[in-house]
Write a protein that binds this ligand. Sequence first.
Ligand code: GLN
Length: 393
Amino acid sequence: MSKEGHAAVKISQFSESVIREMSRMAAKYKAVNLAQGLPDFPAPAELKEAACQAIAADINQYSITWGDRLFRQAIAEKASDYLGMKIDPETDITVTCGASEAMMSTIMAILDPGDEVIIFEPFYENYGPACILSGAIPRHVSLNPPDWSFDEKELAGAFNNRTAAIIINTPNNPTGKVFSRQELEVIAGYCQKFGVLAVTDEIYEHILFDGASHVATGSLPGMEQLTVTVNSLSKTYSVTGWRVGYAIACAELQEAIRKVHDFLTIAAPAPLQRAGIVAMQMPTAYYRELASKYAERRKALMDTLDQAGIKYYKPQGAYYIFADISNLGFANDLEFTEHLVKEVGVAVVPGSSFYRAGGAGSAHVRFCFARRPETLQAAHTRLIKLTNNRSCP
Ligand code: GLN
């Protein structure tokens, strides 16, 4: 492949975020935005208060590059407790500008050009570009409906002596799958056999339904030195715009991650890291309430989809519903998404953003239910007209 204009060749290997483009389309057509994964309701008052106080107290300069010491201590306490991992706040945590930067810094720190990375498909759109920017080669393994599990033979076939890492995302975006302990143990077994790192995006760790429980790959025996756990304040505390995330890994991996992070962004926002201490010290009731509120929103959106005649996979976690639109009479996900945003007035994400070109993405779209009841109600009013609109053009 050769260079076109001044952009590097690798830039042509991925496209702009479709998720964020859908938010722009929603604004343009005044559609109800069920596309981008961000809450449209306020963040907890105590967090906002803590952020204002930190700015007033002049926590306004760079923090230590790998994170404010007190914040790292708070993360270590909370995460050790919830995930069942031993975490040293001095050596095992790097605070980053969101989980996206934690992922990018990790990938750049551990991959060389030509290394292979296993990515489950459907995938969250950041993973591919992060690998391409590092010169690494993505290898995909399918998650298969209806339970979005993988075929062990296919997984085994993807591991070889060029494999450097596998990316796991549980609870999963976009499918809502929560990987079971048994599935993670299978993956961990191959990681140990081939000396492969597991990079695990656990940003939806507290958004779980129907008794599902979150298992951290880093807590599995033998995975302590082989796992980078990526997380953030964004989803659990409804502050996606704060850009405060973190990577948990052993000291040796952190040395590499911290170097990349330092030259990419220096440090995450200092006052917001201080506010993050309050986040990490929220009582257990906060997390219970978070999950139960999301369960109500999930139910509201499922009821709407039922009434609109849209088939979907009931999510066990995260705040998305992945729907199958193949029976609705549209040529593909893009045609459906365009019709929905322009004619029905609801923005969603086309499934093709979560699959390789030509894959099963054309039969799917993703709805986000991290929305106030009135937003979900507005979407309901519009979506239930979908079938009527189609049958009476
Ligand atoms: N993680 C969120 C989503 O999947 C937001 C991502 C983004 O802005 N691209 O929608």
